[in-house]
Design a protein. Structure first.
Length: 131
């Protein structure tokens, strides 16, 4: 689906985007339908990733929100992982999509350096585009 039409056809479903205004597509649940992720926030402290999909009647459905403070999202095998932290360490949260809702399935702490990382196998970093 196209982000512009989804955003403007259903504007009440989206936060007003001011500081962070980005979107990405990612097939979180591997059903061959990309979910739409809208990244908004006025500052680092209130960043959020809102996730949407289409249901079987082609209606836009809100799936859930992922807090975005100092975060990067990764597309994994049927999951999406948020890594949040600074200075090479932080927390990770892995979500699956069940019945059009995000469900936390795993969480923990991570460290990052050139030789080892808890996050090596969580997937590919999701690339966002400005809208």
């Amino acid at each position: 689906f196209e982000v512009v039409s989804a955003y403007f056809d259903e504007p009440e479903m989206f936060d007003e985007a001011t500081g962070y205004s980005e979107y990405a597509y990612c097939d979180i649940n591997e059903d061959n339908t990309d979910e739409l992720i809208i990244h908004t926030g006025n500052s680092e402290g209130d960043r959020v990733y809102n996730v949407y999909t289409y249901d079987e009647d082609n209606r836009l459905v809100y799936v859930g929100a992922i807090e975005g403070w100092h975060a990067t999202l990764y597309d994994g095998d049927g999951t999406i992982t948020k890594a949040a932290g600074m200075s090479g360490e932080g927390q990770y949260y892995t979500y699956a999509m069940k019945n059009n809702k995000l469900k936390l399935v795993k969480e923990g702490n991570y460290t990052w350096d050139e030789n080892s990382s808890t996050l090596k196998n969580v997937g590919k970093e999701i690339q966002f585009k400005n809208y």
